[in-house]
Design a protein around this ligand. Structure first.
Ligand code: MF3
Ligand code: CO
Length: 250
């Protein structure tokens, strides 16, 4: 669909349930992720958690993606394959997942420090988390979609980091990826006006070095071009009369 599909109260309720499961899974992962755990184990944890809650791990099989979770370590920006890689003290990992609940999706990615991390990694995590909320603050009735990305870019670059441009946020509902496109950079006051019933993700990926990306041979894994570190926080939101409701938070 090339138009923005606003969601009914019933659809929003199903997305709220999906979002809660994704949020609860992330909360559980915060304890599960530690040095010695493999990214494959994290994928199994995510798949089991979603299935135990009677939903489907929607990333598995999506455009041929083979796993329930994306596990992106250090210089991997997004879409990292789970593997037998064992997390090391000082690593940074982003876990992205989508739950499908009776036809409606909830999508959230979260970055985690593994053991004790460097001051640079710590600052990257703080700035990227803040960047998500700087974006959410702009997701209000009457604003335009590009006001979100503009605020994120100004904030992140002011902190000396860069915003990835090749991967963006998206409308979400009966499809994992719908209109509108939600860029995390660019000029303000462009794109569709934010209206009640719109549901979309905001998911800034922030790098310590260049914003440029490179795609691996596997066709999925995306890395920073310069080997610098990358973090990401993503929420699914719906716009209500009272402003943005974060669906992927407990
Ligand atoms: N959850 C991702 C997003 O934020 C989609 C990952 S692509 C997939 O849009 F193939 F892994 F699903
Ligand atoms: Co996602």
């Amino acid at each position: 669909m090339n138009v923005i599909v606003t969601k009914s109260r019933y659809e929003i309720e199903l997305m709220r349930e999906a979002g809660k499961v994704v949020a609860a899974c992330h909360a559980a992962l915060a304890d599960f992720i530690k040095p010695g755990v493999s990214t494959h184990q994290i994928d199994q944890f995510v798949e089991n958690f979603i299935v135990a809650n009677h939903m489907e791990p929607a990333q598995k099989g999506y455009n041929g993606y083979p796993f329930a979770a994306c596990t992106s370590v250090n210089d991997v920006i997004c879409h990292g394959f789970p593997s037998n890689y064992v997390l090391q003290d000082g690593d940074l990992i982003t876990v992205d997942m989508v739950a499908l609940n009776k036809g409606l999706h909830g999508d959230s990615a979260w970055s985690y420090a593994v053991g004790s991390v460097s001051p640079l990694t710590k600052r990257l995590l703080e700035v990227t988390h803040r960047a998500l909320f700087v974006g959410i603050e702009q997701a209000i009735l009457g604003n335009q979609i590009s006001d979100i990305g503009h605020a994120i870019q100004i904030y992140v670059e002011g902190e000396g980091f860069s915003v990835v441009r090749d991967y963006i946020g998206h409308g979400i509902g009966r499809q994992m990826h719908e209109k509108p496109e939600v860029l995390h950079y660019g000029p303000p006051h462009k794109g569709p006006r934010i209206r009640k019933g719109m549901a979309f993700t905001i998911e800034p990926m922030v790098n310590t070095g260049s914003y440029e990306t490179k795609l691996e041979q596997d066709g999925w894994t995306v890395r920073t071009i310069d080997g610098s570190l990358s973090a990401q926080y993503e929420h699914t939101l719906v716009i209500t009369d009272n402003g943005p409701e974060i669906l992927t938070q407990l």
